[in-house]
Design a protein around this ligand. Structure first.
Ligand SMILES: NC(=O)c1ccc[n+]([C@@H]2O[C@H](COP(=O)([O-])OP(=O)(O)OC[C@H]3O[C@@H](n4cnc5c(N)ncnc54)[C@H](O)[C@@H]3O)[C@@H](O)[C@H]2O)c1
Length: 160
């Protein structure tokens, strides 16, 4: 086999046999790197499926745990294609001054919803707004107003 030896600046020095010349590797593009990574994972998965003893209960339990963890992660990061995406939806929440209402407001705000928050207690609602802003939800997408859900007239006013 014949190969070429080059000096540090890349010019050819001599022709000799059986000398391996380190060729600087071209950096991979992000897409190519991702495809290579995906290919490696796929091979590993195929190998795992081939070599695993599927008659063992332990395998099924571990697989169920991994599947569950993946499902939760997908839901958490919005990668579940079967789940409704709330981004940019407008949400009207009552009782958002505290408790469950405030937690739901934080959750939906982080999902990218526009929030119309109501409560009987305006001071508590102001606090919720501050909490949401501290959580990184833009103030422009939070609208707060009082509404007493025990009074029909108050609900009608809030809806207008
Ligand atoms: N916390 C729980 O574990 C739990 C479990 C099951 C059901 N619930 C029910 O869920 C609801 C909310 O629970 P929570 O723990 O978030 O309560 P919470 O008391 O912490 O919060 C309720 C919020 O609703 C507001 N509110 C009260 N009366 C109102 C009215 N007439 N109009 C508008 N807003 C009003 C309050 O100001 C408060 O901000 C309650 O009805 C509760 O009974 C709670």
């Amino acid at each position: 086999m014949q190969s070429i030896v080059s000096d540090t600046v890349g010019s050819v020095v001599s022709d000799v046999t059986n000398v391996i010349v380190p060729v600087p590797r071209k950096p991979l593009s992000k897409r190519a790197a991702f495809l290579m990574f995906a290919k490696r994972i796929l091979y590993k998965l195929i190998n795992f499926l081939k070599t695993t003893n599927w008659k063992s209960a332990k395998t099924w339990i571990v697989s169920a745990m991994i599947a569950r963890a993946l499902y939760v992660a997908m839901n958490e990061y919005g990668w579940n294609p079967f789940k409704k995406i709330f981004k940019d939806d407008h949400v009207f929440l009552t009782g958002a001054g505290g408790g469950i209402g405030r937690l739901v407001a934080i959750r939906l705000g982080k999902m990218g919803c526009k929030l119309s928050l109501s409560d009987i207690n305006m001071a508590a609602l102001e606090e919720t707004k501050q909490v949401l802003i501290n959580e990184g939800i833009p103030a422009a997408s939070i609208n707060i107003f009082t509404c007493d859900v025990s009074k029909r007239v108050s609900i009608t006013e809030a809806a207008l």
